[in-house]
Design a protein around this ligand. Structure first.
Ligand code: FAD
Length: 495
């Protein structure tokens, strides 16, 4: 597909004019980008490169929604670079081989990148670094993705943090962001042959199920900063309460996919939030609560770093004996938002339509899958990986394991979210369910979260025929809960 012969032309340069390659990966931004900043400071040509190596060398292939985001984000980065007189050079295939070609074609003397934290990615980067260094190519790597890299904060006994609250306390006490790095005023360098973003075929086709995404998202650095600005100008003050209300527009920042692709860095969020608190533009309670949630992402990266198999294996291996069920039909009903529990179905439909789901509802649907349906958390993690625009290699498996009970600092397995009372408490006016399950819109609040409890007259008035317009529950709450607890009991006897 990406013919190698395309890239035969040479633009070799040497000595002071030899370029530095900046290898963009999960850091698709120009401001506060340490690798780019360091290269631009060197006063020599800079070659900005993206290599589409999806799924190469043991890395996890991106899901469909992430590919949709990547497509738009690369376009935005390309345009931003063009405005600075530069260009994003795009190649596809094995990262190491593509870098070799670019070094050969341009005479580059150095390669700079921001670090990644998954095991396969770390191994790839370490091998490339050692090979290039042997050839006298200068390789430098930076932290462009985290407030604090996973190996920095240690517990009193020298281990990594396995519990969030002391981790957050340690982070809050010690962290002070480095000075912000400016967006370069110009990025110029050689322009070897390049693929176009469209050549990568990232946008879904046959079918294009992403049509609802455009209305919600503006991928790219400008979109990320617009979100942060809007959030800090208002919603952050009510965030401590509103963050749990899925029906509330802008109750949370919506920054997760921007962070996932590095269009904004957490240090930028930290600085802006602290500055807004210091200027008394926002209240401390909201500002700190928001930063503490950003710290959950950091905590997830600690777990991924020390447990690289986080997406595959139970963090707590007691769960290796969990008698998970196999039930393809139930899994399909969950994926398609047809479980018969309105808050669960609303969440799964929001996910499909927009590539995102509210955090409170993520917890409810994950609990429902792993407890009421007794299906392995990996099925849910996989589905989220494919359908979330913010699907993150650390936060997704860590959060799934947290909800399922098998993770670090996890919610205990015996705590089974009740999808009826969760709906009644966090979507009391039904705005969220009515939006995503329009067939239930005319039901009164009293029965909206348990339509089967409505009498015939109420159902008739609302135009709902259970089993036809909306499914009966896949499993009764009480029976599902009891089955989950019985399964959990069997773990105790295996210890
Ligand atoms: P805000 O509330 O505005 O929070 C700001 C930022 O903090 C987020 O953008 C995110 O980067 C971080 N954050 C907030 N909550 C968490 C959390 N619990 N864990 C880790 N980081 C957090 N988040 C992802 O970014 N990618 C995932 O793949 C992902 N999968 C999840 C799966 C499950 C089962 C659950 C329960 C949660 C998952 N989360 C994931 C965490 C959380 O739901 C999202 O980060 C949040 O909903 C994103 O919306 P926001 O940007 O408006 O968040």
């Amino acid at each position: 597909m990406y013919g190698k012969q395309l890239f035969g032309r040479k633009h070799s340069l040497s000595g002071a004019s030899a370029p530095i390659i900046v290898w963009f990966r999960e850091d698709l931004r120009l401001s506060d980008n340490p690798a780019l900043h360091a290269a631009v400071q060197q006063d020599c040509p800079v070659l900005c490169v993206y290599i589409h190596a999806d799924g190469c060398e043991g890395t996890r292939p991106l899901g469909g929604a992430s590919l949709w985001w990547l497509d738009k984000s690369l376009r935005a980065l390309s345009e931003d670079l063009e405005q600075l007189g530069g260009r994003l050079t795009i190649r596809a295939g094995d990262g190491s081989a593509c870098l070799d070609e670019l070094i050969e074609e341009t005479g580059a003397k150095a390669v700079y990148w921001n670090r990644r934290y998954g095991k396969a990615e770390r191994d790839i980067d370490a091998a490339i670094k050692s090979r290039l260094k042997d050839r006298d190519i200068d390789v430098q790597s930076f932290n462009g993705r985290l407030l604090v890299e996973p190996w920095v904060l240690k517990t009193g006994s020298g281990g990594f943090y396995k519990v969030f609250t002391p981790f957050w306390k340690a982070l809050r006490d010690c962290y002070s962001p480095p000075a912000a790095l400016p967006r370069p005023s110009s990025v110029k360098g050689p322009q070897p042959d390049t693929l176009k973003v469209s050549d990568l075929g990232l946008h879904p086709t046959k079918p294009d199920w992403s049509t609802g995404f455009d209305a919600v998202w503006t991928p790219g650095e400008a979109g990320a900063h617009a979100r942060l600005k809007d959030f800090l100008e208002g919603p952050v003050d009510t965030y401590p309460d509103d963050r749990d209300l899925p029906g509330k527009e802008d109750g949370t920042s919506g920054l997760s996919p921007h962070l996932r692709f590095g269009e904004i860095g957490p240090a930028q969020i930290w600085r802006a939030t602290i500055a807004a608190m210091e200027a008394e533009n926002i209240q401390d309670a909201g500002g700190w609560k928001f930063l503490s949630e950003v710290a959950w992402r950091e905590f997830s990266y600690v777990l991924l770093y020390y447990r690289p198999d986080l997406a595959d294996e139970n963090y707590n291996d007691d769960f290796n004996h969990m008698p998970w069920r196999t039930d393809k039909d139930a899994l399909k009903s969950w994926q398609s938002g047809q479980t018969g529990y309105p808050i669960v179905d609303a969440g799964m439909r929001q996910l499909w339509e927009t590539g995102w789901m509210h955090n409170r509802v993520r917890m409810i649907v994950a609990s429902f899958l792993t407890k009421h349906l007794l299906l392995h958390w990996r099925h849910g993690e996989d589905w989220f990986w494919d359908t979330l625009v913010d699907a993150d290699p650390a936060s997704n498996p860590a959060s799934w394991q947290w909800t399922a009970g098998s993770g670090a600092d996890a919610t205990p397995y015996f705590r089974v979210f009740n999808p009826i009372t969760q709906g009644q408490k966090f979507d009391a006016d039904g705005a969220y369910v009515r939006r995503w399950c329009p067939e239930l819109a005319k039901l009164p609040d009293k029965v909206l979260h348990e339509p089967w409890a409505a009498d015939d007259a109420t159902l008739n008035r609302a135009g709902v025929k259970l089993g036809t317009d909306y499914p009966h529950p896949l499993v009764a709450h009480k029976a599902g809960r009891e089955r989950a607890l019985e399964a959990y009991e069997t773990l105790k006897s295996q210890r």
